[in-house]
Design a protein around this ligand. Structure first.
Ligand code: FES
Ligand SMILES: [Fe+2]
Length: 458
């Protein structure tokens, strides 16, 4: 320890970009970009994960003012389809309007405050009717009917229009922002749309949706998934097929960051070095059951080339789509993007997932972790319906989820097992804060620094 005297930009081992360039295959420009950042090295106070007052100020000043993915457009394809998104006490009723635009209304009746629909409800309606006394609004939020209105001469249509939240869409996702004065989604997302130009997330469908309750703060949960540093201790089985130490970490804006990890190569810590065939055999590329038995490295191929070839063919056949436009790195590697505060996106085809993290109610130590798998829709024919969520309690294993690759289930159990221990350890600590690594944990620090910008903004 102590031999490096200054903030180190990266490991001296082979970087993710170097692995990709060594293939000699085409590489999209977004994977040749690097944006390292040193954001300081002060400890992150532990009270930020446990203190009720701190949590309440996050709710008041951050969750109520940031863009969050609420649902997918495929959840509400037809006029009248609705979906309820909630975070803490905030609740929005999202509905497809009669002109096909998407509107979001505060999910609280203007009579005596009842929610129109409960948390996570979805369905279809021709009007927005309160279940209590039946006041109703049309899909554009105009007051339509007040039963026995002879008794409500003071209720005017104009004043009783439903209050709205901001709604916008990108990549098939419906985003909401509870703050009507917040800047628009486009600037908030930058540079995600450019990085995702070739991935067209709108042309994917939800094949699998898992919800897992976690006994930890929402930030601890996000942080466990935005660094690859823990792989050597937590997921040693992954070191044979992915290079943890060469992972590249990028900070693009306050809201957008990335890590870029090469697959089909071993971690430098693996000794002796595996052969290409061993790498291919050991690599976890999504659901191995889709890959067939023909996982053989051909003459002149590397493990990475073989992975891309096999995956392009097998996924193309399974999902009835042409994947030839995707380069090898787009097929097999993991470039994982974070969008503040709570969304993580994996655009590449091998592990095509999206994560979301939200506090459950007003408890700083309870989080709902959602994982969806987004597969390409067929080139021809109907879009498959989105999968319904499968809910796991705090003690349930990801290996119980029907259709979820068992090896991946083990990985997520390893991750979520740590989080309970971490939250308990925060309460037991004598030390006052977390000490982070400069490069590999920069995205953790970014999360806190961006959060502080919202909390300090009056
Ligand atoms: S509370 Fe909604 S109609 Fe009475
Ligand atoms: Fe992990």
């Amino acid at each position: 320890m102590g031999k490096y005297k200054r903030p180190l930009a990266r490991s001296p081992s082979v970087s993710a970009q170097e692995h990709v360039l060594r293939d000699g295959r085409p590489v999209p420009e977004v994977f040749t970009v690097e944006s390292p950042c040193f954001l300081g090295n002060e400890d992150i106070p532990f009270f930020r994960y446990t203190d009720q007052k701190f949590f309440d100020s996050e709710m008041e000043k951050m969750w109520s003012r940031t863009w969050q993915w609420a649902c997918r457009e495929e959840h509400i394809p037809e006029v009248g389809d609705y979906y309820v998104y909630e975070v803490g006490p905030l609740s929005v009723f999202i509905v497809r309007n009669s002109d096909s635009s998407i509107r979001g209304y505060v999910n609280s009746c203007l009579h005596r405050g009842t929610k129109f629909k409960a948390a996570s409800s979805e369905g279809s309606c021709s009007e927005i009717r309160c279940p209590f006394h039946g006041w109703s609004w049309d899909l554009s939020g105009n007051l339509k009917n007040v039963p026995y209105d002879w008794d409500a001469p003071h209720v005017g249509e104009h004043e009783f229009k439903l209050p709205e939240v901001q709604v916008d869409t990108w990549g098939g996702f419906v985003f909401v922002n509870f703050d009507m004065d917040a800047a628009g989604l486009t600037g908030y997302l930058d540079p995600l749309p450019v990085h995702f130009e070739n991935f067209s997330l709108a042309d994917r469908f939800i094949e699998l949706h898992v919800e897992k309750e976690l006994d930890c703060n929402w930030k601890a949960a996000v942080e466990a998934f935005i660094e690859n540093y823990h792989t050597q201790q937590t997921h040693p089985q992954l070191l044979m097929g992915s290079d943890d130490e060469g992972t590249q970490y990028d900070v693009f804006t306050d809201h957008v960051s990335r890590f870029f990890c090469a697959f089909g190569v071993a971690s430098p810590s693996v000794d002796p070095k595996p052969t290409d065939q061993e790498l291919l055999d050991m690599t976890l590329v999504g659901d191995r059951s889709l890959l067939g038995d023909d996982l053989k490295v051909k003459a002149g191929e590397s493990a990475r080339m073989a992975m891309a070839r096999v995956l392009r063919k097998s996924l193309g056949e399974t999902y009835r789509c042409d994947l030839t436009k995707y380069t090898d790195t787009e097929m097999i590697d993991v470039s994982q993007y974070g969008l503040f505060p709570n969304m993580i996106l994996f655009p590449q085809l091998s592990l095509p997932m999206i994560y979301r993290f939200r506090p459950i109610g007003l408890d700083p130590s309870k989080t709902l972790f959602e994982l969806i798998v987004l597969r390409p829709i067929p080139d021809e024919g109907k879009r498959p319906l989105p999968a319904r969520p499968f809910r796991l309690g705090p003690n349930d294993s990801f290996t119980q989820v029907p259709g979820f690759d068992e090896n991946l289930g083990v990985v997520y159990d390893q991750d979520t097992g740590n989080l309970r221990l971490q939250q308990e350890g925060l309460a037991a600590a004598r030390k006052e804060g977390a000490t982070l690594l400069n490069y590999q944990e920069v995205r953790v620090r970014l999360l806190h620094q961006t959060l502080d910008r919202y909390l300090q903004d009056k």
